[in-house]
Design a protein. Structure first.
Length: 174
């Protein structure tokens, strides 16, 4: 049985490309290395920017659930009206809170804390203590606050007891 071998190419001419098993193997290995590397970079980036933990201990938070509901019901029964605002002042921002009771009278003498929480990373969270600038009006500057979406958490205390809290999504513009 005769075997036909291809003739060697003429001088100056290349052989046509032939796909060999080694080329396919190295191509597949290279493809999976690139995919695994890209996945690794994305996972490290995602974990560094959002670790996924909102609370330190979910168990302890669940144990305080009923007392938190009672505190919110007491706050609703007071009928206080709150108006919060975050306004741009150059590169800084001014956080302000106005509190009135059921009758419209100013609520005074509170220790008020505000926290601006970044939705993607807790590393950019900012906390400030609001001071009473006028009866029922509290405010404080937050230095170097960039534009974007924030969660404004306000908590007011009287004699170390939290008597008012508010949580709202805000959009801070340039």
């Amino acid at each position: 049985m005769p075997i036909d071998l291809p003739a060697p190419p003429a001088p100056g001419r290349r052989r046509p490309f032939e796909l060999s098993g080694h080329a396919v193997l190295f191509g597949m290995i290279g493809f999976f290395i690139v995919v695994a590397g890209a996945n690794g970079v994305m996972m490290v980036s995602a974990i560094r920017t959002m670790p996924g933990a909102d609370v330190k201990s979910a168990y302890e938070t669940s144990q305080r659930f009923n007392s938190e509901i009672a505190r919110m019901q007491a706050q609703a029964a007071r009928g206080w009206q709150a108006q919060t605002e975050v306004a741009r002042a150059g590169t800084d921002a001014i956080v302000s809170l106005s509190l009135t009771d059921k009758t419209g009278a100013a609520v005074t003498g509170l220790a008020v804390e505000a926290k601006l929480q970044h939705p993607a990373t807790r590393q950019q969270d900012r906390g400030v203590t609001l001071t009473e600038t006028a009866p029922g009006h509290y405010g404080a500057p937050v230095p170097e606050l960039h534009a974007g979406a924030w969660t404004l958490v306000v908590e007011a205390k009287r004699d170390r007891d939290a008597i008012f809290s508010s949580r709202s999504r805000i959009m801070l513009k340039e």
